[in-house]
Design a protein around this ligand. Structure first.
Ligand SMILES: Nc1ncnc2c1ncn2[C@@H]1O[C@H](COP(=O)(O)OP(=O)(O)OP(=O)(O)O)[C@@H](O)[C@H]1O
Length: 400
């Protein structure tokens, strides 16, 4: 039985349809992250699962029990759904101590004093702040307040924990520290967690699966590694980017030789493809090739398969260096580990890691799943960009 089953869930706020037919299944014990740009509906979906927002259409089933049905206007009260929510703002009671904040949910359930004490201290221990039990929220740092909010959510041992951007008010160092804590907590609790964020890095680090949202719809659900490697559309690829860095795009064409083999030709390079296309291009199908900055190697010396380029700008950042280069008239971004000894105007050579190259349909932006670069024996246009001419591309396709 799944922890959550959402079927065609829609939500309208005012005259706007904020969620437009959400289908999603979350298994027990998963760490599922809702990821997407601001305003795409992540928080609204979280609130709808929690029962703080009514679904206008579709059904929500939690652990086999229907809790909302838009068609019959059924809506089970939030307090009866067996879940807890942690908000971005923590929402601690300022006049209560840490102990009392965490104990609140247990007192409502009328548990005995000794049982409450034992459970609260266990929860504070799990988030590693048991020494702060007598303090008031105003006497705590942001990170400590965050831990209290989480302790309060886990103390009643809910099957489902909903976390809405819980780390967004913390500074960069604390965020990274808390990520590790959340990962540990998830392992220890075994609860199902739904986590809302617009931070790609956070989503990749924490999740067992990620649901990507755009404009009230889920556009891809996948494991972090699969999402990072093979985004389903160019738009998702761009959204994921690469730690705030631009994704490299190169426009090109897929060419079809008489014997059925396919070739990609672009201003930067050309190479053979393996696999099949649903419809074979006659003159040449427009495609966009993407490769992340960390999947390009840069070196001083030519080796077969390398693409000549000219160094444009070097951005040293201590542990890594970003270099932009011009290849075939296109500006590409390369990320190198450590420091790098390049200067503007230097000639250098690029090696593309072919397993990280993705091809997207030029018009629809959809991933061309059926074709991959064959072993990348690159024809180097960049060393002589003038030789690249769409009209002559077909002549370049080898004949057998
Ligand atoms: N109470 C409200 N009144 C009017 N519009 C609302 C309300 N709540 C949400 N919306 C609209 O619904 C859409 C989705 O909002 P939601 O908060 O779910 O997005 P989000 O993806 O969580 O964004 P963020 O990352 O900025 O929190 C937005 O366009 C927002 O303006």
């Amino acid at each position: 039985m799944s922890a959550i089953e959402l079927r065609n869930v829609t939500v309208n706020i005012g005259s706007k349809q904020v969620l437009r037919g959400i289908d999603l299944q979350v298994e027990k014990g998963e760490f599922m992250t809702f990821l997407g740009p601001s305003g795409c509906g992540k928080t609204t979906l979280l609130r709808t699962i929690a029962g703080l927002q009514q679904a206008d259409g579709g059904t929500i089933v939690l652990s086999g029990r229907e809790v909302a049905n838009g068609e019959t206007a059924y809506h089970l009260d939030s307090s009866k759904r067996g879940l807890n929510l942690v908000f971005q703002s923590y929402a601690l009671w300022p006049h209560m101590t840490v102990f009392d904040n965490v104990a609140f949910g247990l007192r409502i359930r009328r548990q005995s004093k000794s049982e409450i004490r034992q459970k609260v201290m266990a929860a504070l221990d799990k988030v590693r702040i048991s020494e702060l039990e007598t303090r008031y929220p105003g006497e705590l740092s942001g990170g400590q307040q965050q831990r209290v909010a989480i302790a309060r959510a886990i103390v009643t041992e809910p099957e489902l924990l909903l976390l809405d951007e819980p780390l967004s008010n913390l500074d960069a160092r604390l965020r990274v520290e808390m990520r590790a804590e959340l990962k540990r907590l998830h392992r220890e609790l075994g609860a199902t967690i739904i986590y809302v964020t617009h931070d790609q890095q956070e989503a990749l680090t924490l999740s067992s699966r990620i649901a990507v949202f755009f404009e009230g719809k889920i556009v891809q659900v996948d494991r972090p590694q699969a999402l990072y490697r093979r985004p389903a559309t160019l738009r998702i690829a761009d959204f994921f980017g690469s730690g705030g860095m631009e994704m490299n795009h190169v426009d090109g064409r897929i060419l079809f030789a008489g014997d059925g083999s396919l070739y990609l030709s672009s201003p930067v390079c050309s190479f053979a493809l393996e696999g099949r296309l649903n419809a074979l291009p006659d003159k040449g199908m427009a495609v966009t090739m993407t490769i992340k900055p960390e999947h390009i190697r840069l070196q001083r010396h030519f080796v077969p398969g390398a693409i000549a380029c000219e160094v444009d700008t070097v951005f040293p950042a201590g542990s890594e260096t970003t270099v932009t280069v011009l290849a075939g008239g296109r500006l590409l971004t390369v990320r190198l580990l450590g420091d790098a000894d390049y200067d503007r105007g230097d000639t250098a050579y690029l090696l593309l890691r072919e397993e990280h190259l993705n091809l997207y349909h030029g018009d629809t932006g959809e991933l061309l799943d059926g074709v991959r670069p064959a072993s990348l024996s690159v024809t180097n246009h960049a060393s002589n960009p003038i030789s690249y001419d769409q009209n002559h591309l077909l002549a370049e396709v080898p004949t057998r």
